[in-house]
Design a binder for this molecule. Structure first.
Ligand SMILES: [Zn+2]
Length: 332
């Protein structure tokens, strides 16, 4: 028996389209059909191998991979299996193949929302999104729901100001669930808008255009007893065309660039406060006789004798820690 070797077709992440993973053996081709807009094809292994994928349904590779991310019988994802945030709003998981099994594929619409756990946290939400589940009326208020880790806090670095949104696990546009506490987590603006919304829009657009179904599952991932999720695993696969139209498996990060977050509680602070403390390199003029310090532009600096004058580059706190007092005229 020849070795398995993997061929990964990688698409441009910015376009938010699928990866396609294809496993070949010498005799048989096992394909998890999920391919659109393939830009580049990177091949490893036998250069003479068959490289023309077909779309024969084959789920056994899904099952193998699935066990890496989901505990037996549960839709829970281990935080250790999620790659660390590296500046991209989401990471592709499992070569972009969702972990649905063959038995889960159905053309009947459904939606289900896990009960909150003992800490009040949301679990997996799961739907087969069809037009019949999509909203027809106006969206109501959700301000009464307080998901775990919730804080009302604003930062200038956040678009719109508020760090946290009440973030729908399954977007309102897909299943019309609005103030359902089982479908709302505390999510950063970045998670909600940059991480999740583009994927939700793709599913919504596809269902509206085709009247097909999309199997859709979102799993919030909490590390230990943290009240704030690290992020969400988003899985989707269009049903009637076997993943041709929509197919993704991504982890969207519950982060906000510029803001440091304590995931245990949801508390936060501006990240650049740290940098100001440690990286400041302001120039001060020290008078080692009077133990006063000045801005270089201060008129008093000219009067300091060379033997009493020291140029200091660093941060202000270090200067005051040395026992120097700020000049009252230049107020350094
Ligand atoms: Zn001065």
């Amino acid at each position: 028996m020849r070795n398995l070797f993997g061929i990964i077709a990688k698409t441009n992440r910015k376009k938010a389209v699928c990866f396609l993973a294809v496993l070949f053996t010498a005799a048989a081709i096992a394909v998890s059909g999920c391919g659109v807009e393939i830009d580049t094809l990177m091949q490893s292994g036998n250069p003479g191998a068959e490289t023309d994928p077909t779309h024969e349904g084959e789920q056994t590779e899904f099952e193998t991979e699935r066990s890496r991310y989901f505990a037996e019988g549960e839709n829970t994802v281990s935080p250790e299996d999620i790659p660390p945030y590296d500046g991209e709003p989401y990471a592709v998981i499992n070569d972009n193949l969702p972990f649905f099994t063959e038995e889960e594929i159905t053309s009947e619409s459904f939606e289900s929302y896990s009960e909150l756990d003992e800490l009040g946290r949301c679990g997996t939400v799961y739907a087969n999104v069809g037009q019949d589940l999509m909203p027809t009326g106006e969206k109501g208020s959700i301000g009464q729901v307080k998901p775990t880790g919730w804080h009302t806090v604003k930062y200038d670095v956040v678009n719109g100001g508020y760090l946290y949104n009440r973030c729908h696990l399954i977007g309102y546009q897909l299943t019309a669930e609005n103030a359902n506490e089982r479908n709302l987590i505390t999510g950063t603006r970045y998670l909600n808008v940059t991480g999740m919304l583009p994927f939700e829009n793709r599913v919504a657009d596809y269902v509206r255009e085709t009247n097909h179904h999309v199997l859709y599952r979102v799993t919030p991932v909490f590390d230990g007893e943290n009240l704030l999720a690290d992020g969400v695993l988003m899985e989707a696969r269009s049903v009637e065309d076997d993943g041709e139209g929509v197919c993704f498996c991504v982890f969207a990060y519950n982060v906000q660039p510029g803001v440091a977050i304590d995931y245990a509680t949801g508390e936060s602070r501006l990240e650049k406060d740290d940098r100001a403390e440690t990286e400041d390199s302001t120039e001060y003029i020290l008078n080692t006789n009077t133990m006063k310090f000045h801005k270089p532009s201060c008129q008093s600096v000219e009067k300091i004798t060379e033997e009493n004058k020291t140029v200091y580059v660093g941060n202000r706190k270090d200067v005051t820690d040395l026992g120097y007092e700020p000049c009252k005229a230049c107020n350094p």
